[in-house]
Design a protein around this ligand. Structure first.
Ligand code: NAD
Length: 484
């Protein structure tokens, strides 16, 4: 098969197979063709991976930050050198157009490896003077073995966004990619070894939810970082709580994007396109509730439709194509099901709405207008290319409606009124906000959600606090005073 890796798992620096695990067929979403067959980890494989990570951790943590950082930065360079090859794998795994994967997957993973690699040498504790000569110093310590569990939309990026800060802090990792997109994390593991990482520092095992669940409850694990849906997040958070483990939860969203009448319409349409149709709409932070102020609604819809008509839908390996298939038949059917719900709830279908016939899992970019707050398409995460356009009149009204959701991942506002932009952002209940742009996630900036969209932050300096803890050391320079 075209993309068959040497084996399903990568443990202690080597590919490892156990064909007694449940089969995982990797399907190329553009054609429906099976391109690789892997196997879910058996309990013996889970055990082997955790032992490998546990055994490697002390040695890795004992290396200097400079040495650890050098490994990560070398891995970043290798990823960039192999960007095209890695992007082709990512496109086959996810169906995302090569035009996207060339600039948003291995490159984003490399950014994380470079950023946290650069930071590794400067991770320190602090000195706290207490008066009278006494002082406290803090030691920043690794947590131990960290588990990363990934979603299928950005497999390389997720593998690196979790792995890079974890490793920079001196932790080791067992990463379980989504069963839908298992290929690229193996590449990340190989590259880290090539870059000089000691064996066992970064292990990859495949599997369905049960494998993820067995990792979360294992006593050898100190921290779990999940990217996935809210229902999975709830289960993983609860399971991790039992062992008082650290968690980072990067979960789903139903984010608002507000377009005021004074906004630059062309930019707002661009933001709405990026925030609804990039990666065929399979992005957690998408602004799928687009609130457009009355007065510009029809102009906005007209420009949106005109520009959507120029999307190049087709073979994701053709670099001219900028809208590919959805990741799986199942995900496509979920999105098409929401199109039917939208129609039956009385929303006005403005664009698309159909499956594109063929073997691949393609559907048209879809826009509904006249959507009301109570409709399922306005309340539930669809995770597909379905945009809901809602009307609003006043700032106060739209902010309350934008926040009226259990989710809080992202939120955006388009306006040329600078004070209003900051007022709106101050009122947003969301972890990541955008003014006059949408869906950027550079490694330098914290990324994560509020409310049901998650806990913790990835990227930026903040990620370090989620992969390390402080030991406080009290030092007395004086005699010890005791009451008796
Ligand atoms: P999912 O929740 O179905 O699965 C996520 C991962 O969790 C998979 O690897 C799966 O095998 C594993 N899993 C499932 N049940 C488990 C359990 N009980 N214990 C441990 N692991 C378990 O999500 P998905 O369909 O792969 O991805 C789509 C979802 O991910 C969407 O909701 C999307 O919004 C979210 N997402 C969030 C972000 C973010 O950064 N906030 C990024 C991408 C995707």
């Amino acid at each position: 098969m075209k993309f068959q890796p040497k084996a399903s798992h990568f443990i202690n620096g080597e590919y490892v197979e156990d064909t007694s695990g449940a089969p995982i067929d990797v399907i190329y979403p553009a054609t429906g063709e099976v391109i690789a067959r892997l196997h879910s980890a058996t309990p013996a494989i889970v055990d082997q991976a955790l032992n490998s990570a546990k055994a490697a951790q002390a040695e890795w943590a004992a290396m200097s930050g400079t040495e650890r950082g050098r490994v990560l930065r070398r891995a970043a360079d290798i990823m960039r050198e192999r960007n095209r090859e890695l992007s082709i794998i990512e496109t086959h795994d996810t169906g995302k157009p090569l035009q996207e994967t060339l600039v948003a997957d291995a490159t984003s993973g490399a950014d994380a490896l470079e950023y946290f690699g650069g930071m590794a040498a400067s991770l320190t504790g602090e000195h706290i003077p207490l008066g009278g000569g006494d002082f406290v110093y803090t030691i920043r310590e690794a947590l131990g073995v960290c588990v990363g569990i990934g979603a299928w939309n950005y497999p390389t990026q997720i593998a690196c966004w979790k792995g890079a800060p974890a490793l920079a802090c001196g932790n080791t990792m067992v990463f379980k990619p989504s069963e839908t997109t298992p290929l690229s994390a193996l590449q990340v593991a190989e590259i880290l070894i090539e870059a000089g990482a000691p064996k066992g520092v970064y292990n990859v095992i495949q599997g369905y939810g049960d494998v993820g669940a067995s990792l979360v409850t294992d006593a050898r694990v100190a921290k779990v970082s999940l990217t996935g849906s809210v229902p999975t997040g709830r289960k993983v958070y609860a399971a991790a709580a039992d062992g008082m483990k650290h968690v980072t939860m990067e979960l789903g969203g139903k984010s608002p994007m507000i377009v005021f009448a004074d906004a630059d319409i062309e930019n707002a349409v661009s933001g709405a396109i990026l925030g609804n149709f990039y990666s065929s709409g399979q992005v957690c932070s998408n602004g799928t509730r687009v609130f457009v102020q009355k007065g510009i609604k029809e102009a906005f819809l007209k420009r949106l439709s005109e520009r959507l008509a120029t999307a190049k839908i087709g073979d994701p390996l053709d670099e001219e194509v900028n809208f590919g298939p959805m990741v799986s038949e199942n995900q496509m059917n979920i999105a098409l099901g929401y199109v039917e719900k939208g129609k039956s709830e009385g929303a006005r279908l403005v664009y698309g709405g159909e499956r594109i016939e063929g073997d691949g899992f393609y559907m048209q970019p879809t826009v509904f207008a006249d959507v009301t707050d109570d409709m399922a398409i306005a309340r539930e995460e669809i995770f597909g290319p379905v945009m809901s356009v809602l009307d609003f009149e006043t700032e106060e009204e739209v902010l309350a409606r934008a926040n009226d959701t259990e989710f809080g991942l992202a939120a955006g506002v388009f306006t040329n009124d600078v004070t209003r932009a900051h007022r709106i952002v101050a009122g947003f209940e969301a972890g990541t906000c955008y003014i006059n742009t949408y869906n950027l996630a550079p490694v330098e900036a914290p990324f994560g959600g509020s409310k049901m969209s998650g806990v913790g932050r990835e990227n930026s300096k903040l990620a370090i606090n989620h992969f390390s803890e402080m030991k406080t050391v009290y030092v007395s320079m004086n005699d010890v005073e005791a009451p008796y």
